[in-house]
Structure formats: C-alpha cells, structure tokens
Design a protein around this ligand. Structure first.
Ligand code: ADP
Ligand code: MG
Length: 393
C-alpha cells in the first residue's frame, strides 16, 4: 500500500479534527453518521462537510450511504492519525520508503531530525485474516465498529510490550521506541530476513543460536508462534535478531506444545533444506543447558517448561487484560465464536441513540487521553515487571 505522506503536509488542523471525530465515532459505529461527525468536530458554518470531502479525496475516509449517510476511516486515515501523534511527540520527523510488507503489516523507514533512521510498523490485522473469518458474519457485524482498528491497536500494543520486555531480558530484538494506535516504532535492524540469505559462513552456529532462542523463550514462559525464516533477521556478522511478536503465547496456553514444536520444526526444516544441515549426529549440542532432546536433536517442550520463568506472567499483568489477550488470540487462531460477540447486538444499526453521549466529549482532549492511556499502560508494565523480578529473586 502506498503511503503518500506528502498529503500530511497539506492537511490542516480542521482536517485532523474531523479525522479524529470519525475515529471517535468508530468506537461504536461501523459507519459514522455524517451528522454525528459534524457534532463531534463542531466546526463553524458547516465546515465539517467541506473537510469530509477533502479527506475523502485523499482516501483517508471511506463514504458509505447504504444504510445512512456516513463515513469510516481507511487504513490510510488511521495511519495519518498515528503518524501525526508520533511527529507531535517528537519520535520522528520524516517517513521514508517502505522496507517490508508482512502478512499483516506494512513497515516503513522513519527518521529523526538528527538523521537517525528507525523502523515503523503499521499493523493491519484483518487484512488477511478477516477474509478467513468473513463467513462468521455475526462477528463482523457486531464487532465491526471495533474490528481492524481495535485489533490492530491491540496487536501493536502487544508487540510493543513484548519487545520491551524481551529486550530487558537480554533477547536480541529491536529496541522498542514508541507505540500509538496501530503503530510501533523500533530501531532499524541492519540485515536481512533469513529467508533471503542464501549462504552463511557458520550455518551451524546460527542454527544453534536460533534454536537456543526458542528454548530460552520457553524457559522464560513464552512461545513465539511464528518463528521462521521470515521473522529472523541476520546481519553481515551473522548476528541474529528476532522480530514480529503479536502472536506470542504463554507456555501455559492449551496448544503450547504444538506451537513450540512447530517453531522448532520450522527451523530444522529450513536449515536442513537451505544449508544442508543434518541433525542426527549433533543431537547433543543443541544447547549447553539441561534441555532434553529427542533423537532427532529437537528439544522437548516438557523438559523446558518444568523450569519455565516468569515473563509470561509479567506480561499478562502488563495492562493487557485477559480479555484483550483472548480477543487477539481468538482472532489469530481464527476461531471466533458467535456467542463472544452477542453483547454488541444491534450496535451498528442504532446510530442515532449514541449521538447524545458524544456531546460531552472534548475532542481537543482526545489526543491527550490517548497519550495518557499509553503512559498509564507503560507505567503499569514497568511496575509489574519490577515486582515479578523481585519475586523471582
Ligand atoms: P508481519 O507481522 O506483518 O510479518 P514483520 O514484523 O515480520 O511483520 O515485518 C515484516 C518485514 O519487515 C520483515 O520481514 C523485515 O524484512 C522488515 N522489518 C520488520 N521490522 C524491521 C526492523 N526493525 N528493521 C528492519 N526491517 C524490519
Ligand atoms: Mg513477520
């Protein structure tokens, strides 16, 4: 997807005001009625309608008049809100080229005033998986006001929290810089995804490092769940960095064993095929700890989790409520049950009834609220982590 940030420069304060009004309206409307947008934005002399046209022209909004006249944010519109916040916070001043297209994200280079280049990941949960759950129309209809906005925001928050915690525990991950809405800013990894690497000086060492990472994660109570050649970066010195954490689960997850084995299997398969490693004769030196291995050299899950650490609990307490975790997990696993969403019935149809509640909202404060939300979360994360570490000692 193209991210034409030049448009950002031409957008006025009023444009952002109306864009934010649509975002607010989307908290409980799939399509936000035009008159509600107008009331939230409260621009003078019908200014909202002119602005809506402009935002539509730049594809920041989508117009829908099938049930009533209304708008919703496009990905691009949501991107702009997050980018604007990041720029306001002084996280970066410029957006550069796209450096990655993930399954459910777009990754861009961003730069600070001093020229430091970082990576910005814009989560797009729903881009692929929503198609898979589309048959579950109930889920979409009842939760659609929250669908990709909500899930992408959760994914970003989870990724940011995990990246920070993993970094603090010495794992080779990018440095987590900041997070807002569906956007995570992190340090730029110099290197390539393993999938692009055709040759290694020391494939065995790299292999051991990578398997060691899966094992150490499990020792800390976590499973990556998407640990493969696309999510492992290698630099010219063959240093390994792991990326992409929104789908991580705790070793206490009911399918933990399966996820762990799958992660291990991916690495074994890839190294066998790409670098012709054979594993049978090296089954003893996968790791120097007391990790048990099968005859094939694959570490066994049960021997690791006997001693599993506290990071999963620490993260569980990081501001992700169990419900957040459930929501995102169900979505990722694609098994959203209909009774999970029945509480929101008729929401999208009842567009008029919600208008009142918005009158008291102060739009100018909305950005501050978002920032405060994020700050609160980070504070509680830090506190929980300190507590967990003290308990572990
Ligand atoms: P997805 O969750 O969509 O798979 P990833 O986090 O795996 O997204 O990122 C997709 C691609 O973007 C990666 O394969 C990598 O090429 C690139 N990328 C992601 N994060 C970084 C980073 N911090 N530095 C450099 N490249 C990155
Ligand atoms: Mg990935």
């Amino acid at each position: 997807m193209k991210l034409d940030v030049d448009v950002l420069r031409y957008l006025s304060k009023d444009d952002f005001r109306v864009l934010t009004a649509v975002e607010l309206g989307m908290r409980n409307h799939e399509i936000v009625p035009s008159d509600l947008i107008d009331r939230i934005a409260s621009l003078k002399h019908g200014g909202t309608y002119k602005v809506l046209k402009n935002l539509l022209k730049h594809k920041l909004l989508h117009h829908d008049s099938s049930k009533y006249d209304g708008f919703r944010l496009t990905y691009l519109g949501y991107d702009f809100l997050a980018i604007k916040t990041m720029v306001n916070r002084g996280v970066f001043t410029a957006v550069g080229r796209q450096i990655g297209v993930g399954k459910e994200s777009d990754i861009f280079e961003v730069a600070r005033e001093d020229g430091t280049v970082m990576a910005m990941k814009l989560h797009r949960l729903g881009r692929t998986s929503f198609r898979a759950v589309k048959t579950k129309r109930d889920y979409l209809r009842h939760r659609s006001s929250y669908n990709w906005l909500y899930l992408s925001r959760l994914a970003a928050l989870k990724e940011y929290a995990f990246m920070k915690a993993l970094e603090e525990h010495g794992f080779p991950v990018p440095n987590a810089v900041d997070c807002n809405r569906h956007c995570v800013v992190m340090s730029l990894i110099q290197g390539y995804p393993l999938v692009q690497v055709k040759q290694l000086q020391n494939p065995e060492t790299v292999f051991d490092t990578i398997i060691g990472l899966v094992v150490h994660l499990a020792e800390h109570g976590l499973i990556h769940c998407d640990f493969n050649e696309f999510n492992i970066m290698i630099d010219d010195d063959e240093k390994v960095t792991m990326i992409d954490f929104p789908q991580m689960v705790s070793v206490s997850h009911r399918n933990a064993q399966m996820y762990f084995d799958r992660d291990i299997e991916c690495i074994f398969k890839f190294f066998g095929k790409r670098f012709n490693l054979s594993f049978e004769e090296r089954s003893d030196d996968v790791d120097d700890s007391e990790v048990e291995t099968e005859e094939s050299g694959r570490p066994t899950f049960s021997s690791i989790t006997k001693t599993a650490g506290f990071l999963d609990k620490e993260l569980a307490a990081s501001g992700f409520t169990t419900k957040d975790q459930d929501d995102i997990q169900k979505f990722i696993e694609g098994n959203v049950a209909e009774d999970d969403v029945s509480d929101n019935e008729h929401e999208s149809e009842s567009c008029q009834t919600n208008i009142k509640g918005f009158d008291s909202l102060n739009l100018d404060q909305e950005e501050d609220n978002q920032n405060a939300d994020d700050a609160q979360l980070m504070k509680s994360l830090a506190k929980q982590r300190r507590r967990a570490m003290a308990a572990a000692r």
